[in-house]
Ligand binder design. Structure first.
Ligand code: NI
Length: 162
């Protein structure tokens, strides 16, 4: 973990007010932590864009689709079986009478993962979906410092007695 460097940022008041409100809504306790997360995300995104297609990345693909659509489930299964080495795990949720949601955890080459995602997202009957890519944790620059607050939660004696 590198030393902390302080810097000043100039911004329009309205922009700052909106940013502080957004940071608070997202649960950040201060502006610096919110800004650091934005910086990390920008750096990861920039590196992912330049990543060679062969480099290893992690991904999750979320798909919402109409399970009545003809042969859609079969086609989705076939596409994943064809590239089974990329598929780590699949979570399937029956969200309503008509719709299903699938969350597919992926690991492998950036190019192969993008290709698999596009093959699934472009299927007829897929209503909405999005691929999220990130890097293995060791690749993420300026990783978050693990908080060492050392206030351990005490187990309530009343609860423990039960
Ligand atoms: Ni389902």
């Amino acid at each position: 973990m590198g030393d902390l460097v302080r810097f000043g940022v100039s911004a329009e008041e309205e922009l700052m007010v909106d940013f502080d409100r957004l940071s608070a809504d997202k649960g950040y306790s201060n502006r610096s932590e919110a800004l650091r997360d934005l910086m990390r995300d920008a750096l990861v995104q920039a590196r992912l864009e330049k990543f060679p297609d062969t480099a290893d990345v992690l991904g999750s693909l979320t798909l919402v689709y109409d399970h009545h659509a003809r042969e859609l489930s079969e086609r989705m299964g076939e596409i994943q079986h064809e590239r089974h080495r990329l598929v780590v795990s699949v979570l399937h949720v029956h969200i309503s009478h008509d719709d299903c949601m699938e969350v597919i955890a992926l690991r492998g080459g950036a190019g192969a993962i993008r290709e698999l995602a596009n093959a699934l997202l472009s299927l007829k009957g897929v209503k909405h979906g999005k691929l999220f890519l990130t890097l293995p944790a060791r690749e993420i620059v300026a990783r978050k410092k693990v908080a060492h607050s050392h206030h351990h939660h005490k187990t309530s004696p009343a609860r423990r007695a039960k």
